[in-house]
Write a protein that binds this ligand. Structure first.
Ligand code: COA
Length: 162
């Protein structure tokens, strides 16, 4: 996930993916404040997740967290619970790098599929996931509140994607 030394020497942004740490919580929470489409978790919830050694990652740009992804393993499935990238750093492939790390981890722990729920109106997120091979596998009617909206369930078969 690191840029090559030639990229770094040309001054290209260096994005690195690493595991989420408790010290990331304030920055991750700030990213959530500018991401109303993401699940609105409190700092307390984030701290609990970060303390429990979750399946969580941050993307660092020149050493500063600019995106995160948190998931969980449920039996042989990997569920993506939350994902956001700081508004100023979107469309630079950062969510893709986070997603690729999470999917690689999922395969390594023998998950057979990955899935998530997303608001039907969240076109950027739906395009991101379909770009990575996810397809619609269900719909949960009136799943979200504020505003009330359906969720699409998007899934990816991991066993056929090695
Ligand atoms: C959705 C989100 C995480 C995408 O992050 P990102 O770092 O900008 O995504 P990437 O740069 O890796 O995008 C990869 C691909 O996804 C698709 N995509 C991402 N954002 C898009 C947008 N705004 N419009 C259309 N397609 C988009 C494109 O296919 C893109 O590839 P391209 O840039 O080569 O065209 C970001 O917009 C975000 O944080 N949104 C708010 C929180 C959120 O919605 N979270 C998801 C909850 S399920």
């Amino acid at each position: 996930m690191m840029a090559t030394s030639s990229e770094a020497s040309k001054g290209a942004p260096v994005v690195a993916i690493r595991k989420l740490a408790k010290s990331d919580v304030p920055t991750v929470w700030m990213i959530l404040q500018e991401s109303p489409e993401a699940a609105a978790w409190s700092q307390e919830s984030l701290l609990q997740l970060a303390s429990a050694d979750p399946a969580g990652w941050v993307a660092e740009l020149n050493g500063l967290p600019v995106g995160f992804l948190i998931g969980r393993i449920a039996a042989d499935e990997f569920e993506i619970l939350n994902l956001a990238v700081a508004a100023a750093h979107r469309r630079n492939g950062i969510a893709s790098k986070l997603l690729e790390s999470a999917l690689e981890f999922s395969r390594n722990v023998s998950c057979v599929s990955a899935y998530l729920e997303v608001r039907v109106s969240n076109v950027p997120a739906i395009k991101l996931y379909t770009h990575h091979g996810f397809t619609e596998s269900g719909r949960r009617v009136r799943y979200y509140r504020h505003p009330v909206e359906d969720a699409l369930v998007l899934s990816l078969n991991l066993s056929g994607n090695h």
